[in-house]
Design a protein around this ligand. Structure first.
Ligand code: GCW
Length: 680
């Protein structure tokens, strides 16, 4: 049985007898040059993979012969290499790599080389992936390097091992047994992340506990850092702004107070003594009740710069989150982060990144891109995506998120004219930033298969692949993941791809079509509850967002409404502002639209809304039908796991549809269109 523990690193024996024989001919052995920990783990990984995939003992060779893999950093390869290799190495930085087949002295060599040993590890994983996908390896010529520098998972893991918005069990960090007991899972976590190029991990929740910054816990974090180091993964921690009070016995955490600044500097020194390559801090401040510089009348830049100063000497960074909104500010929540941060552009130290969620509200099934992208040219902006499906069916719905990620990064901000995509903002190419980053809120827990829903693995995978290269398509990534997870039978690959590719749009349809947002259940954020009102904060209700009334539905963010459209550059602002031009997928995000408004299809808004909700349910049903075709063709344990979850998803799609259609009908007072089953 296959419980999914091995993720995309399964290394099952190649099931094609011709191909396996061919691979055995082409790979007679390997030779790794260098002896750093990264080279050692690369060699170990290749050994494991080859012996399993090719089902025969493949060993290291001392003397080069034909048909071997030669792997090592450029400086450790004594062979005369073709000149083009040295030229290309100059362009690929420390993490890039080259995989190249060439002949020398009559021998055929597959070279995996890089400027640094970590690049060799990444190249080794790439080579293994080629075999897993049964690709042609006769004549390889691959040059790769990441487009974004910091590629991080953000764990929202608490020290008591609960995980905020986690749906896959408890935290994999066993704080109680650390630092002495090293769960083998930590190494598998590092292998999986390195295989997709993730190079950093924030171990703890942004709703932070100061305790993690005490010596006792820092030693535990250091033990994890030791496991991750060979895999090129740095450890980062969340810093609670009030830590100087809570664990430092100071009376204030005012960022301009000299004692406070000294405390953070000493804390940084203590951390770097234990974790010499500590990555830095992630901070949620003055947001949802978290302490921050504004408690002392200071700005976000005062706070961020104080921490940045403490870690700069060691090469550390501060990732300061832009997820702020305040009930006491009489302003559309979607506008608040921009209003707070835009005026601070240029005021942050060089080692500060501002971490911005993909959309202006909060990880909804669909949001337009966040207006801060393109609005702060002097500041490196990091993308924060959510891999865990807080608002997308959590642990039970199959939703492949690459299309959501891609939709956002391909959006054009027009900050410097056409082609100023969000991708170019975050990869630094638009405004010439060398320090760049992207983070994904992790969906990992201690469930046997790591992510609860098996298809959650595809979202972890997709995040890493896109963080490395945002030009990959959703379809390419889906295809890779399917082949690595379910094998290479084309029929199976096609069925699963046809399930994954439309799955995000399906979910938008049965949850929040046409630009609706934040109409889920109070606090738990799971099922539908568009009726939520009377909560401590208006922005925690649903009625704040959909604004349904007898005239129509939607949040007016045009120049006549909250004017959130003005935060976008022209012509995006005019397009969003125009009822006719606004893409219908964002219609109710920007406009309050009459129920009888004629949509592009010729149907009224009410009919179209119903159409989307019903189409969402239908698509989940057809997804289940497709999945059933796999019975007996894939591992039965995996088949049953997904089948049972799909049943839940189907029931809940109906639940969402019925709840929303019936509730909105109390305002529209219009009948459910002909031909649709009756909601109850
Ligand atoms: O979406 C909200 C979540 C909170 C989360 C917060 C944030 C970590 O409901 O659970 O807190 O976003 O991103 O800070």
């Amino acid at each position: 049985a296959e419980d999914g523990y091995k993720l995309w690193l399964r290394y099952d024996k190649i099931d094609n007898p011709v191909l396996i024989e061919k691979y055995r001919q082409l790979i007679k052995g390997y030779s790794f040059k260098g002896n750093s920990p990264s080279i050692k783990v690369a060699e170990k990984e290749l050994n494991l993979a080859l012996n399993k995939l090719l089902d025969c003992e493949i060993q290291t060779l001392d003397n080069l012969r034909s048909n071997v893999i030669l792997a090592g950093a450029h400086k450790n390869i004594t062979l005369n290499l073709p000149e083009e290799i040295s030229n290309k190495l100059k362009t690929i930085g420390d993490e890039g790599y080259i995989i190249k087949t060439f002949e020398t002295e009559g021998k055929r060599i597959t070279l995996i080389t890089a400027n640094a040993d970590i690049g060799v590890l990444y190249g080794t994983f790439h080579f293994i992936r080629l075999l897993q996908m049964q690709s042609d390896i006769d004549n390889l010529n691959i040059v790769e390097s990441p487009l974004i520098k910091l590629r991080l998972l953000n764990h929202w893991d608490n020290l008591d091992r609960t995980v905020e918005r986690g749906y896959a069990g408890f935290s994999i960090w066993n704080w109680h047994l650390l630092p002495d007991y090293i769960d083998p899972r930590y190494k598998d976590y590092a292998r999986a992340n390195a295989s997709i190029g993730v190079n950093g991990t924030v171990l703890t929740n942004v709703n932070a506990n100061s305790l993690v910054l005490t010596k006792q816990y820092l030693k535990k974090a250091a033990a994890l850092a030791d496991v991750f180091r060979p895999y090129g993964i740095k450890v980062y921690l969340t810093a609670r702004f009030s830590a100087p009070i809570e664990i430092g016995k100071l009376s204030t955490a005012d960022p301009l107070n000299p004692e406070v600044r000294k405390w953070w500097k000493e804390k940084a020194k203590e951390i770097y003594e234990l974790i010499p390559d500590f990555g830095g801090f992630l901070v949620k401040a003055n947001s949802e009740g978290q302490p921050g510089p504004q408690n002392y009348g200071r700005s976000h830049s005062d706070g961020a710069n104080m921490l940045a100063e403490a870690v700069e000497h060691y090469g550390g960074v501060v990732m300061w989150r832009a997820f702020v909104y305040d009930n006491n500010v009489p302003e559309d929540r979607a506008k608040q982060a921009y209003n707070e941060f835009k005026p601070l552009d240029g005021k942050f130290k060089d080692n500060v990144l501002i971490q911005v969620k993909n959309g202006p509200i909060d990880f909804q099934p669909r949001e337009p891109f966040h207006p801060l992208f393109g609005a702060m040219p002097e500041t490196p902006l990091m993308m924060e995506f959510q891999i865990t499906q807080e608002y997308l069916g959590q642990g039970t719905h199959l939703v492949y998120l690459a299309p959501l990620f891609k939709e956002c990064i391909e959006s054009d901000t027009y900050a410097k004219g056409a082609g100023s995509t969000v991708a170019k903002v975050i990869d630094g190419s638009l405004d010439n930033h060398a320090l760049t980053g992207i983070a994904g809120v992790s969906n990992i827990g201690n469930d046997r298969n790591w992510t609860g829903h098996l298809f959650g693995q595809s979202n972890w995978y997709a995040f890493g692949r896109l963080a490395w290269n945002h030009n990959l398509t959703s379809e390419q990534i889906a295809e890779e993941w399917i082949r690595l997870t379910f094998g290479n039978k084309n029929e199976i690959v096609e069925i699963i791809k046809n399930i994954m590719m439309p799955s995000r749009e399906n979910t938008v349809n049965y949850m929040t079509p046409l630009g609706l947002h934040h109409i889920m259940g109070w606090d738990h954020h799971y099922g539908p509850a568009p009726w939520i009102k009377d909560k401590p904060r208006a922005e925690w209700t649903s009625v704040y967002y959909h604004r349904a009334d007898s005239n129509g539905i939607g949040f007016d963010r045009t120049v006549n409404g909250s004017n959130a459209v003005s935060q976008y550059h022209s012509p995006v602002s005019e397009i969003f502002n125009s009822l006719e031009k606004c893409p219908e997928k964002y219609l109710l995000w920007f406009h309050h639209v009459p129920w009888d408004y004629k949509m592009k299809s010729g149907k009224t808004l009410w009919e179209e809304l119903c159409n989307h909700y019903y189409a969402g349910v239908d698509s989940v049903r057809s997804m289940s039908k497709k999945w059933k075709q796999l019975e007996g063709k894939i591992d039965s344990e995996l088949f049953d796991h997904v089948s049972m979850l799909m049943k839940i998803q189907e029931d809940e799609a109906v639940w969402w549809r019925n709840a929303c259609v019936l509730y909105f009908q109390t305002f529209s007072k219009l009948p459910i269109p002909e031909g649709f089953e009756k909601p109850d």
